[in-house]
Design a protein. Structure first.
Length: 202
């Protein structure tokens, strides 16, 4: 038997890795630490921007409780307006490319809005029907459009130029007169007795 001592080499990296895994498992099994109650020392101060954000959230919640969707922020409205104008410009560029003689489109004014309501009301009252065709009348829709013109007049009172006021008053007068004439015709037709059977038939 030899007197030479025997040496055994042990890889400590393996034991270190197992030890770390064991400690991680123990930490995961431990219950979360309960925070200590605040002391009389320094307190966390919320900056003004966070307070404004909290106030905004409260306002948004109140709007949702009223049944109204939350209003867009000023930045959202600004970004959307810029995106809309860019899209409108691209559309105008495409139209000009297909119609080289077309000039720039005029800016939309208050008169355009009033004119749009006027055309809608007159079409709803049967105007614009092709010759030989029976006009299609939407008397209820026409009344709604005329009432919208009345709302526009009330809500813009004191904010219009003299020319805009004359335009709105003239259009409102004209569509109301057309409505009166049409409803009078409808009333007369409704009072007439229904036609009898053709002669020779029982």
């Amino acid at each position: 038997m030899s007197d030479t001592p025997k040496f055994e080499v042990i890889d400590r990296r393996k034991f270190k890795a197992e030890e770390e895994e064991h400690q991680s498992a123990q930490r995961a099994a431990e219950p979360p630490a309960v925070p200590e109650p605040p002391s009389a020392g320094p307190q966390l101060v919320v900056n003004e921007s966070k307070q404004e954000a909290a106030a905004f959230e409260i306002g948004q919640d109140a709007a949702r409780e009223d049944g109204l969707p939350p209003a867009p922020t000023a930045q959202e409205s600004h970004e959307q307006k810029n995106a809309y104008e860019a899209a409108a410009q691209r559309l105008e560029d495409l139209l000009r490319a297909q119609n080289p003689g077309m000039g720039p489109q005029p800016a939309i004014t208050f008169e355009h809005l009033v004119q749009q309501f006027y055309v809608s009301a007159m079409i709803q009252m049967g105007a614009g029907a092709q010759e030989g065709q029976r006009p299609r009348v939407d008397i209820v829709g026409a009344r709604t459009t005329i009432d919208l013109l009345g709302v526009l007049k009330e809500k813009t009172r004191g904010n219009l130029t003299d020319a805009e006021t004359r335009t709105l008053d003239s259009v409102l007068f004209e569509v109301r007169m057309a409505f009166l004439e049409l409803t009078s015709m409808i009333s007369v037709q409704a009072m007439q007795p229904p036609p009898g059977p053709p002669p020779g038939k029982r």
